[in-house]
Design a protein around this ligand. Sequence first.
Ligand SMILES: [Ca+2]
Ligand SMILES: [Ca+2]
Ligand SMILES: [Ca+2]
Length: 204
Amino acid sequence: MGCGGSQPVQPELPPNPAAYPPLGREAARIFTLLDSDGNETLDMAEVNKLRQKPSLLEQLEGADKSHDGKVDMKEWLVHVQKLCKAEDGELGAAMLLHEMEEELMWKPTLAVALKLWSMLDRDGSGEVDEKELKAIKTYGYLRGEDIKMEYLDMNKDGKLQKSEFMAKVREHFDAKPTMCRIFIEGAIKELERKARGLAIQDGK
Ligand SMILES: [Ca+2]
Ligand SMILES: [Ca+2]
Ligand SMILES: [Ca+2]
């Protein structure tokens, strides 16, 4: 003890997103969306969730400063900060983060919303009528969501068109993205559960 010239290793401070203005917190949020396993580093598979949009991947080039094939939170924040100082400035960086969120959150929500739509429109008429909508009324009621026809039917023709449905989904998503997806997935499960119940009854 007490001998040798080795310096005590300073533990690296956890990166504080607030120290990377103006988009630090936003960038940290998107990082956690990408970091599926929550180990606070992004590996290739996690970054590849954006592969459908090569333009997004391109803008992430160079983020892996340490060249270990992974991007940690600090590298990520530094990269976003660098983008803020690039030609397109803060707006460019903000747009990039927004596009990433669309890719990571909206796209999967859109997929389940379309599934729910096709389950609701049981007769495949391209519209959902009162009777079809009733299938998820109880579910909505239990979850405190207003899924009455009057609320959804914007052109007041007594039926729900796909465009109206998608507009409401988007509205809900913009207000509460995670809730929106969970709600839709729950509604699908509810419909599947009911369908199974009916199948059992029919099988008697
Ligand atoms: Ca990870
Ligand atoms: Ca229908
Ligand atoms: Ca309508």
